[in-house]
Design a protein around this ligand. Sequence first.
Ligand code: SF4
Length: 379
Amino acid sequence: MTRGMDRVADKVAAGARLTFDDAMAVWACPDLPLIGRLAQHVRFRKHPERVVTFIVSRNINYTNVCWVQCKFCAFYRSPKAEDAYVLPREEIHAKIQALVDVGGYEILIQGGLNPRLRIDYFEDLFESIRSTFPNVHIHGLSVSEILYIAKISKLRLEDALVRLRGAGMATIPGAGGEILDDEARDIIAPYKDSTEEWLHVMRVAHGLGMRSTATMMYGHVETIEHRIKHLMRVREMQDETGGFTAFAAWSFQPDGTELPIRKKSSGLEHLKMMALCRLMLDNVDGLQASWVTQGSKIAQVSLEYGVNDFGQTMMEENVVSAAGTSHRVNSAEICRLIRNGGYTPRLRNAYYDDMGDPDDLPTPIEASPDLPLAGSTHG
Ligand code: SF4
C-alpha cells in the first residue's frame, strides 16, 4: 500500500476524521479501486440503502449581464453586448410552466451580477413565481449575487437574505465556491468575493435557518493543496452550522474562457476527486455526480466512488455549455444509468426528502433542443 494509506484505511474503518496529510496520501495513491472502496465505506455508512437520488429541476439564468468578468466564465456579457439579456418575466414563467408540465418541482435560478437589478426586482420575481407556482421550490442566487444585491440595494447581508427568503427564495446553491482559497481565487476571479466572504454568506444564511449546497470547480490554476483546503473549509463550516445539504464538484471547462488552459481533467481524476470529497466531507450527507461536465458514463461510475445523488435533471443549462461542454441526460436516462449501476433511483427535493418513484413522473424530461444549452453559473 502507498505510504500513509494504511493509516487512512484504519481511520476510515474506525469512522475517524481524515487530516490534510491523510488527504495528500489519498491523492498520491495510484490504487484507484482501493480509494473507491474506502469512499464507498463512508457512503454506505451514511446511506446504507442502495438508493441514488435526483431532483426534477431546471436551470433558469435570468440574466447574463455581469461586470465581474471571472476568467473561467464563458457565460457573462457586458451590458452593451448584442446578446446581453434579462429574461422577461413571461419567459421565466413559461419555463417554469414547462417544468411543471413534466412533473418538475424545483428551479435553480441564477445569473450574472447585473447593476440594474436591485432587491425589488428579485422580490417581485420570486413573489410572482410563488403565487403562480406555489408548489415550485426556488433554489436561487449564488453567494456573489446575494452579496451584490445587498450592496447595490444598500442593505445589510442579513436583511437582504431575510427579504429574499420572505419573497420565496428557499435554499441557496453553493455555486461560486470555485476554489475556496484566495491564492487560486485571486487568479481566476480577482473581482469576486473572497473565500471568507463566501463562507460568511453561508454562515449567515445557515444561521437564518436556510439550507444550501457547497461546490467546487477544480482543474484550472489550483493545486491539490488548494482543493484539500477547500474541502476542509467546507467541513469546518459544516461543523459550525450544519447547513450544507450536499456537495458537488465539477471540473473546469475551458472553451471560450480567458484562462490559458486547454486541458480538461480526465474521468479518472474526477473519480479520484469524488472519492476524496466523500472521504474528507464526513459531516456532509450528500455527494452529487457531475454528468454535465463529465458525461453520463463517468457519472455512473462515480456511484462506486462515494456519490449517492445524480444531481438535477436539467431542461436547460447555459453556463457549462457556453464553455463548450453539453452533455444531456433526461430523467429516463438517469434512471437507466442508476439501475444499470446496481442502485434504485428515487426522487428527492432540495432538502433531500424522498419525493417518490421516478417512474411515476408524467413524462421523461429532456433538454429542450430549441433552448441554448449549457449546469450552473458561477463555477
Ligand atoms: S462566474 Fe458568475 S460572477 Fe463570474 S463572470 Fe460569470 S456570471 Fe459573472
